[in-house]
Design a protein around this ligand. Structure first.
Ligand code: ATP
Ligand code: MG
Length: 301
């Protein structure tokens, strides 16, 4: 190859390289533009998501406010109905015939059911709005159990079911919100009594470990079918059963209990077998710490 040819060959190679470089640059440019477009798209999606999250927050807040307002407003008329029926039943305004008494008792019982429902809704609304404060105090388990026993005495109408409180054995004192704990246990006990046609409902407490205590309510009732296990702690959840039709309710008791348990820094759960019975339990710290970790429902939930 002559030196002239060599020079030409070199030029040609440089030219080819230059072309390849140009092509790469154009490719890079195209990629950059594409990337920029994608970036813009992602940003637009982000802001849309933000907007939707904001709308959702607003809707949830509105729902909670509406629930709180509505349930609160319902309490006044219900209280009026309850007081007037009490006056009528006590014959303050004169005698009643047997039929009239039957009817007034029906009104009183329905108003009581309605009041329970409204209270559940109000609790749920307050919990959702984060307006429930925990007020811990020291108390003895024996006192908690005897208060519960007293509350349930008047409603134990089924002679085939006994409500047993196992005496707490050498358990330390508790430092937690006894009202919230009592509310959780009341929900457990009233469910157990509702869904147990015969046998017993047993309330017990035992240490789970050095720092936590487990309260349980075990019944010999209708139990819960495995396919329903996943949903009993959901709002407004009720399982279709003949007993369910006999006792009305809102399906909020356990949903409220779950949220209350979380506030107390504990866990809630249950085991159940159809036609054998159920055991609902709640495990909470012996001493409430305001900075307790948020917890989840455990076991079947
Ligand atoms: N001990 C139990 N045995 C059998 N089924 C139960 C038991 N406890 C709860 N369940 C089922 O779980 C459902 C939800 O219970 P939850 O306490 O939330 O609602 P509810 O008792 O129906 O109504 P509310 O408590 O609001 O009056 C019940 O309707 C029932 O189907
Ligand atoms: Mg209930």
């Amino acid at each position: 190859m002559t030196s002239e040819n060599q020079a030409q060959d070199k030029d040609l190679r440089i030219q080819t390289l230059q072309q390849a470089l140009d092509a790469r640059t154009r490719e890079c440019e195209a990629l950059r533009t594409e990337l920029e477009d994608t970036n813009r798209g992602v940003l637009a999606l982000y802001s849309e998501l933000d907007e939707q999250a904001e709308q959702l927050r607003h809707a949830t807040e509105l729902k909670s406010r509406f629930l709180a307002y509505m349930s609160h407003e319902f309490r006044t008329p219900i209280t009026a109905i309850q007081s007037i029926t009490r006056l009528l039943i006590d014959r303050v305004d004169g005698p009643l015939t047997t039929e009239q008494e039957r009817q007034v008792i029906f009104v009183r019982d329905t108003a009581a059911e309605f009041a329970d429902m409204v209270n559940d809704l109000l609790d749920l609304a307050k919990l959702e709005a984060g307006r429930v404060d925990i007020s811990p105090a020291w108390f003895e388990m024996v006192d908690l159990f005897s208060a519960l026993r007293g509350m349930f005495k008047p409603v134990l109408t089924n002679p085939d079911v006994s409500l047993i409180f196992e005496p707490p054995q050498e358990l330390p004192r508790l430092y937690t919100d006894d009202r919230k704990l009592s509310q959780i246990l009341r929900n457990f006990i009233s469910n157990a009594l509702k869904f147990t046609p015969r046998g017993e409902v047993r309330v017990a407490a035992e240490l789970a470990d050095a720092d936590r205590i487990t309260f349980s309510v075990t019944d010999t009732g209708i139990g819960i079918a495995p396919e329903a296990h996943g949903s009993v702690f959901q709002d407004f959840m009720q399982i279709d059963s003949p007993l369910q039709k006999r006792y009305r309710g809102t399906g909020l008791g356990l949903a409220v209990s779950r949220r209350l348990t979380e506030l107390l820094g504990g866990t809630i759960g249950f085991d159940s077998e159809p036609n054998v019975g159920s055991r609902f339990y709640v495990t909470i710290p012996l001493a409430y710490a305001s900075a307790t970790q948020p917890s989840t429902a455990s076991g079947a939930q």
